[in-house]
Design a protein around this ligand. Structure first.
Ligand SMILES: C[S@@+](CC[C@H](N)C(=O)[O-])C[C@H]1O[C@@H](n2cnc3c(N)ncnc32)[C@H](O)[C@@H]1O
Ligand code: SF4
Length: 451
């Protein structure tokens, strides 16, 4: 039997398997977590410690058809400016609860398109954040930048505010693909923005590329990767395009019959992956590539790579606080998510309440299972010794978990000296393997019944 046939049969191409940027995953959050939990979890952050902060800006000038992010289109700056005022009010609320001396190991602005903010608003927002918690020494301030929605004045404002990492959305350089996914963006404009970012002293550049797009072929993705390599990004996120038109209505504009087959998707990933590896990049987890001296590659080698809502990270802060509509926070105690709609979010902040409306408090085996899933997604292996040491379980219990997991994947997984290993040929199954340890996912019962 070919590896392809075996991978297919084992469920590789099940598009509905989570990407496990958290455990439990956001759809499993319940309504028992509210503003009171969010507030008390902020108050429990140790004085003088480092945290991560995420600010969500859910606006875009254009709405790309392929995009599954929570965002809304606006041609006017007014709603964005009004939203920035609300964010500043929320930052002031955070200041009232955050213990003294806290600094930021990471500040990330994501969206949507944070570069929708006018330059003055960018400066005011950054000032408001740093007045509450300054960037720690060696801290990183990163911003998601849409090359079509940024100019010199906004780049100057970001750099003057301390941005030292930038992430630009590329997706694909092929013009026919861009037309089909509703995102026009020439190579020239992408290159111009990348050069402008670098010229301002921002040395760390991430680019997002997608595989599995309509009309994408191996030759086309190879061409896009080669063009991307001319920009010398430090990191690349090579995400599998999630085509979920039943959830994201804009995607109904994309013809389903132009989509590559699951086997073709795998070839597209492999084609792009080989080119990055040949060019000296290192493979990070399931969908990232990084230069050997980049923080992610260094963390991977040191066994310190982590996974959070932004994907892979080398951040070690124990709390990640998210502000803004739909943002998610992670504390040692659990997850808290804000209301998604900007009007609901604004209403709560105006009434002096955090808009937390969903979440999850860790209990039972949550942290044990979260660590197993994170280790598999980051390192493709998980060591029984670490679990016994950190989570108070017995070696026998972990061994049984590993054996049960491996039994669902024929000869694909290995267990060696108490370590569950996903070998190279089984790597495309990683999310499926992670799902076996997900106690909340009901669909895996159907999966096991199907194989
Ligand atoms: C918030 S957007 C990027 C920032 C900015 N708005 C831009 O477009 O350049 C974050 C990234 O999510 C990824 N993304 C969006 N929709 C996706 C989908 N349906 N499947 C996979 N990745 C997706 C894209 O690679 C995109 O660059
Ligand atoms: S890809 Fe970026 S610009 Fe396009 S809709 Fe999504 S968030 Fe907005």
């Amino acid at each position: 039997m070919t590896t392809d046939a075996q991978l297919t049969r084992l469920g590789l191409f099940d598009a509905r398997v989570p990407r496990y940027t958290s455990y439990p995953t956001a759809p499993q959050f319940g309504t028992s977590i509210g503003p009171g939990d969010f507030t008390s979890w902020i108050e429990a952050v140790p004085e003088g410690s480092q945290i991560s902060l995420y600010l969500h800006v859910p606006f875009c000038r254009r709405l790309c058809w392929f995009c599954a992010c929570r965002t809304q289109g606006t041609s006017s700056d007014d709603p964005v400016i009004a939203y920035a005022q609300t964010l500043k009010a929320e930052i002031a609320m955070l200041a009232r609860h955050l213990p003294r001396g806290v600094t930021l190991s990471r500040l990330h602005w994501g969206g949507g398109t944070p570069t929708m903010l006018p330059p003055d608003e960018m400066r005011a927002l950054a000032d408001a954040v740093f007045a509450v918690a300054p960037l720690a020494e060696g801290g990183e301030f990163s911003v998601e930048i849409d090359p079509n929605e940024v100019d010199d004045a906004r780049l100057d404002a970001l750099v003057a505010s301390g941005m030292n990492r930038a992430s630009i959305g590329v997706q694909d350089f092929d013009l026919e693909i861009q037309k089909t996914i509703g995102r026009d963006q020439t190579y020239e404009i992408t290159r111009e923005i990348a050069e402008k970012i670098r010229a301002r002293g921002v040395n760390s550049l991430n680019c997002d590329l997608l595989y599995g797009l309509p009309h994408q072929t191996n030759a086309r993705i190879a061409d896009s990767v080669q063009k991307l390599l001319t920009l010398s990004p430090d990191r690349v996120a090579l995400y599998g395009y999630a085509h979920v038109p039943w959830m994201s209505r804009r995607q109904q504009m994309i013809p389903s019959d132009a989509m590559p087959t699951p086997e073709e998707r795998l070839r597209l990933f492999e084609t792009a992956s080989k080119l990055f590896l040949w060019d000296g990049y290192e493979e990070i987890g399931i969908d990232h590539f990084a230069r050997p001296d980049d923080g992610l590659a260094v963390a991977l080698k040191a066994g310190k790579l982590r996974r959070n809502f932004q994907g892979y990270t080398d951040d070690t802060a124990s709390a990640l606080i998210g502000l803004g509509a739909s943002s998610i926070s992670r504390f040692p105690q659990g997850f808290a998510q804000h209301a998604s709609g900007t009007s609901e979010y604004t209403k709560a902040i105006r009434s002096g309440q955090f808009p937390t409306h969903r979440g999850h408090a860790f209990a039972g085996e949550d942290l044990l299972r979260a660590r197993i899933i994170e280790a598999l997604m980051c390192d493709f292996r998980v060591d029984r010794r670490e679990l016994v040491r950190d989570y108070g379980v017995t070696p026998g219990y972990v061994d049984q978990m590993f054996r049960d997991a491996a039994s669902g994947f024929e000869d694909m997984l290995k267990i060696e000296d108490g370590v569950l290993i996903i070998p190279d040929r089984a790597k495309p199954l990683t999310r499926m393997v992670a799902r076996v340890f997900d106690a909340y996912d009901q669909s895996k019962a159907q999966h096991s019944a199907a194989i």
